[in-house]
Design a protein around this ligand. Sequence first.
Ligand SMILES: [Zn+2]
Ligand SMILES: [Zn+2]
Length: 145
Amino acid sequence: MAEKITVDGRCHCGSIEVTAQVDPGMVIACHCTDCQMIGGGPYRAVAISDAEDLSITGTPSEYIKVAESGNKRIQAFCGDCGTQLYACDENKQQFNIRTGFLNQSAVLVPKKHIFASSALHWITDIEDDPCFEKGPGSALIQLKQ
Ligand SMILES: [Zn+2]
Ligand SMILES: [Zn+2]
């Protein structure tokens, strides 16, 4: 396992701050249509942190998203400014931190793409990375024509 780095960031209005340890080699971009809709962008990228490696100042708002599989995921965001902070399981064991608000976002390069089957066609720089049809355990797909 690669060395973890410390990352930190605050939401746009500054009322919530997050500090965490993440493996910079384990950044995932999710191209599912929920991420496109909720994220307001073409995809969402996350860095993964265990609960014991994470600290949060402030109180995030939570939206529970029910996946196709029936899994419930907490989607946390700032209730004041709307900045998206992380997703986690209901027991809050593992956190997928949105890289967009982290100060280290430039070095958190996605190495894996999930739900690549719904990636927008104009995203062409992911073809050489592992692209999974759906979730992380699903089939690899080839995007190159
Ligand atoms: Zn905020
Ligand atoms: Zn997604």
